[in-house]
Write a new protein. Structure first.
Length: 228
């Protein structure tokens, strides 16, 4: 009888320990998932902050001329433009022209956008085709530009938007497919304040919609052009 009682007590202790272990394990996994989700949201905000700080970089003159903006919004999409590199045309550019001959077409691809400007005017136009040392524009030039007095810039375009159907915050670079930046995203919003030249970002996750992750960014390149 003593052996049976001892075994019974031992079994009760083991079962209680296993139940307690399972309970603590569930709590640990929930806390771990919560912390990983928080880190993912903060990492997404940090990446967008980096993109915003580059907004308008190398585009001071085009922004001041008023035909281009470093940071814009379009139907729920935050668009960030910056200069990727200078392109060197071999000839003067004429109004109505659709082909531009360049010293090099390295890194230039179909669907990319270029910015052409001089001291008084400018325009942004996309590339429909890349040939050997020349590019074909999607539409004719609206203005003429002298080679010695103008610049041609290859633009870097980053688009941030929420894929509502799949609950994914996506980041698109130039004409490449949009890549996931944050999964389990319930909402994504932003506010461009022209008076303070400040961008406010906020997002929430499906797992906890009440919790808001927010950040404010001062894009110095865009602000410099705006204040001048």
């Amino acid at each position: 009888m003593e052996s049976i009682l001892s075994l019974t007590l031992f079994l009760i202790v083991v079962l209680a320990s296993l139940e307690f272990f399972g309970f603590t394990r569930d709590i640990f996994l929930k806390l771990k998932d919560k912390e990983e989700t928080k880190e993912a949201a903060l990492a997404a905000l940090d990446k967008m902050k980096t993109d915003l700080l580059a907004g308008g970089s190398g585009l001071l003159e085009p922004v001041q001329l008023g035909f281009l903006e470093g940071i814009t919004q379009n139907e729920g999409t935050l668009v960030i433009l910056s200069k990727e590199k200078n392109l060197t045309p071999l000839n003067d550019l004429l109004e109505g022209q659709t082909r531009i001959r360049l010293q090099s077409t390295r890194d230039v691809k179909k669907g990319r956008e270029i910015c052409i400007f001089d001291r008084s005017k400018g325009e942004v136009i996309s590339i429909s085709r890349v040939a050997k040392k020349s590019i074909i524009l999607s539409s004719p030039l609206n203005f003429s530009f002298l080679k010695e007095k103008s610049q041609v810039l290859l633009l870097k375009k980053i688009s941030l938007f929420l894929d509502k159907d799949k609950h994914i915050l996506r980041r698109k670079t130039n004409s490449s497919p949009a890549q996931p930046l944050l999964e389990d995203a319930a909402s994504f919003g932003f506010n461009l304040e022209e008076a303070s030249v400040l961008v406010r970002l906020h997002l929430a996750l499906e797992s906890n919609k009440e919790k808001k992750y927010e950040i404010s960014v001062f894009p110095k390149n865009a602000a410099l052009a705006f204040r001048r």
